[in-house]
Design a protein around this ligand. Structure first.
Ligand SMILES: [Zn+2]
Length: 245
């Protein structure tokens, strides 16, 4: 290991140009300038801020800063004094943390809202959802029910409504009263599209659901106060649509 700080940073630069490390491990943005010492991944500045929200999992440092030998050792492994091998890095981390990402699961990109990118990072590194498929049950079981805050059509007020997503019925339904037998609306999965619209809805977890009814396009606006719950709903809807294809 090089003793000089400049030598350490040079080694880091060598690792940065290796395959996989040229784009952010979490959102794909080019030329990441931050590294997670504990996870061995290179990420963009925006994602590095999200890594800071899980300090028990990830410790980030800019590659522009001066690194000491022990820090470099965490992202670099030496096979011999002449051969440098990156034991970690983005490709190695992907093989571990993203090994079982379902095909329907939405992988956020750089321009996506912060909440969606943060939940992707937490799902990968904190909850290890893509290493253990049993952790994917909330969105891969084909059935989901629970309460969401839904914006009222007339006064714009959000009210708690029960939602049921059933892959078997090919529908997402919601009910105005908890014990109601008939749903207020039945949205056919094949006509349904869901996108996060935090600014439009005025909530970081705001989801817009568009669907067709009587040949006209309708929208509902919902959110859940728990970001993981909302992203689970989003991916459960994607899973249900996916099986129609
Ligand atoms: Zn990123």
């Amino acid at each position: 290991m090089a003793e000089e700080p400049e030598g350490n940073n040079r080694l880091l630069q060598d690792v940065l140009v290796r395959p996989g490390n040229g784009t952010c491990a979490d959102c794909g943005n080019p030329e990441p300038e931050w590294a997670s010492l504990t996870l061995g991944v290179f990420v963009c500045q925006a994602c590095s801020l999200l890594h800071r929200s899980i300090p028990h999992i990830s410790r980030v440092k800019s590659v522009q800063e001066t690194w000491d030998a022990s820090e470099v050792e965490q992202v670099v492994f030496f096979l011999s004094p002449f051969q440098l091998v990156a034991s970690t890095g983005n490709n190695a981390a992907k093989a571990k943390y993203e090994q079982k990402v379902p095909a329907f699961y939405y992988r956020p990109i750089h321009s996506d809202c912060k909440m969606l990118r943060e939940q992707w990072i937490r799902a990968k590194y904190e909850r290890n959802e893509f290493e253990f498929i049993e952790k994917q049950e909330p969105y891969s079981a084909g059935y989901r029910e629970g309460f969401l805050w839904k914006r009222g059509r007339d006064n714009g007020q959000f009210l708690s409504r029960k939602f049921i997503l059933s892959e078997r019925e090919g529908a997402l339904k919601y009910f105005n009263k908890q014990d109601a037998r008939d749903p207020k609306a039945t949205m056919k999965i094949e006509t349904l599209n869901a996108t996060f619209q935090p600014a439009k809805i005025g909530n970081p977890c705001g989801l817009q659901i568009t669907y067709l009814r009587d040949n006209s396009t309708r929208n509902i606006f919902v959110y859940h106060s728990d970001a993981k719950e909302m992203v689970d709903w989003f991916n459960a809807i994607r899973a249900a649509s996916w099986c129609l294809n």
